[in-house]
Design a binder for this molecule. Sequence first.
Ligand code: SF4
Ligand code: SF4
Length: 326
Amino acid sequence: MDWAIIGDLLRVAVLAGLVAAGLLTVMIWKKNLATKVTYIRLVVQAAAFATFFLIFSFSIPLLYVLAAIFAMTIVLGRLYCGWFCPFGLLMDLTIMARKVFKIRYRNLPDKFNEVLHQSRYLLLLLFLFLPAALWLIQPPPNIAFATLMAQLLAGPFRPYSILLDPMIPMLVPWKGPLVINQINFSYPYVQEFITYTGQNIGQALAIAFVAVTLAGSFLVRRVWCRFCPTGASLAVMNRFKGFKWSPMLHIEKDEQKCTKCGVCKRVCQVQVTEVYEQKGGRIDTSMCMLCLRCAEMCPYEDALQLKLGSKTVFRSRNWLEPSTRE
Ligand code: SF4
Ligand code: SF4
């Protein structure tokens, strides 16, 4: 198929997807369509996937995209991870594939899961500072500071571009590492492996990374999200003291209405335990990516609520019995 036709189809898909996502979002807001959130999220993720393809096909500086997502985090927390990330979509699709084969997912031990989540920050530091340190230790001779900074951000040692990698859709509008019938395919981080370690080692590492992450997310839900450096850096945004009110979008639990049934713990793809364990109030954990699966599946009315500031955007409902609300 012609590349231009694919581009046009994707543009139409973006518009259709955005309209559908908008309509569905209004419907869930107005009608509280609990148990439909997972499907709505899938539509939004598909639209976001196509939108990222479009963004990458225009010459918008990628650091602006990253800055916009960071700014969004202050208000919306890690909503990006749960609803927009292309790599997240890929992992959700592998979860669906696993269901087709009727294979049960594996849960990681809670302690190990927590260690993985904490290790995100180390991985983030390594990703960000190692290339920069290497560049600073051995800079090209007689380089001016401004040029050094420009090369640091845009040159072969592009430490911050690592954070953009999960946003790379599998189809890319540039020469990707894999080209089939003139269609370019990529995968998060594979280009970085090749850039930093050279063609041969880089390709071997890239193939191993693709195999491990696909097999891993087939067995363990959203496995990469547990130590994703982008997710970690978004989470860091909400850790500063001055940002204690942030993110404005968050999950709250009503302890009086919670029956400790444990559904929220079971359905959480990244094994957040706080929703179950915390004694009511604002759920405070950087692991939560606001996918809303817990609030969707919690079978008790108002036990869990998604709040934007003090306004309730979505609430769990008793889907075992008729609602008492109407
Ligand atoms: S699913 Fe709802 S009722 Fe059950 S433990 Fe979680 S918050 Fe409580
Ligand atoms: S705690 Fe709830 S909203 Fe957060 S990631 Fe888990 S299921 Fe999604």
